[in-house]
Design a protein around this ligand. Structure first.
Ligand SMILES: [Zn+2]
Length: 299
């Protein structure tokens, strides 16, 4: 944000990483994974919203609205979440986190990041999410990160510089107990962005999304978990500048495959009358074409 970017705009970038499971079969799934699509709708406030979502689900993992608010949500590893998973108190569908994804969708009904985050904080106070995680919202002038884990929540406000999250907390870091993949990805993203601080563009964030340092595997930003473990499903970058329509790029599929492909990334400026999402991104064909299934085991 601000002086960290080449033109003073806000640049928001996020990957969507999801785990798979043998039970994920049927028309919404492929290769035991949720098919990812770009949804396109006009919300209750009359704003156009584009978001990366699991096919057939209403919640958004990453999204942007035509008023210039971008947002995302991600899981946050904590010792308590690991304990609940171990004893069966949470299940796969809690882990896939439609509740946080619905909060993101609702947040994007607001015309600025402040309105979005107030809405989220209200709902988190009423009902904590089934699993810990972050919700982030940004507009051209400010950004917010809500860290939330059951009974504890924290709000971070950003007006300037670089803010990074992986699947972990900053303010609530004491709850984490360390997670090698999140720690490695966090360090790599920060290294990448700091090296370009003052000259950052949306293309730099797209390069981060497909980064394979420390991998490809569980430790790379473009995460390639083996078997049913977490893999990257897609990515979004958005440039937000005051008085301009948001400039977006959605990558469908594994970022290292989708980003270099001529038809793996959907780009444009989001206005209420911008062209509709191309069919391949809306129906999952682009995702199927660019999703790289689990790597074979090393020999
Ligand atoms: Zn990759």
């Amino acid at each position: 944000m601000g002086a960290a970017t080449r033109d003073g705009s806000t640049i928001f970038g996020k990957n969507s990483d999801k785990e798979g499971d043998a039970t994920l079969v049927g028309p919404q799934y492929a290769m035991h994974r949720e098919i990812h699509v770009v949804t396109d709708f006009v919300d209750a406030s009359g704003m156009r919203v584009l978001g990366l979502a699991a096919a057939g689900k209403l919640g958004l993992k990453i999204g942007v609205n035509s008023a210039g608010v971008a947002g995302g949500t991600n899981y946050g590893h904590t010792a308590e979440a690991a304990r609940r998973l171990r004893i069966g108190a949470t299940d796969l569908h809690d882990q896939l986190a439609q509740d946080r994804a619905m909060r993101l969708r609702r947040g994007l009904e607001h015309a600025d990041a402040r309105g979005a985050v107030r809405d989220v904080l209200d709902s988190v106070i009423d009902t904590p999410s089934a699993t810990p995680g972050n919700l982030e919202f940004a507009d051209a002038s400010q950004a917010f990160v809500v860290e939330s884990a059951y009974t504890e929540s924290a709000l971070v406000t950003v007006h300037e510089g670089i803010a990074v999250r992986a699947n972990r907390f900053e303010v609530l870091a004491a709850l984490s107990g360390g997670h090698p993949s999140s720690d490695a990805r966090y360090a790599r993203i920060e290294e990448h962005l700091r090296a370009r601080e003052g000259d950052l563009t949306a293309d730099d964030l797209q390069l981060v999304s497909r980064d394979h340092a420390n991998g490809p595997g569980d430790l790379s930003v473009c995460i390639h978990g083996y078997g049913h473990r977490t893999r990257a499903m897609g990515a979004m970058t958005v440039r937000l500048a005051s008085g301009e329509a948001p400039e977006f790029a959605f990558a469908a599929g594994t970022p290292c495959v989708a980003c270099p492909s001529a038809d793996g990334v959907m780009r444009g400026r989001l206005t209420i009358d911008a062209p509709p999402v191309p069919e391949a991104f809306a129906n999952g064909a682009a995702w199927r074409q660019h999703y790289l299934p689990a790597d074979p085991p090393a020999v």
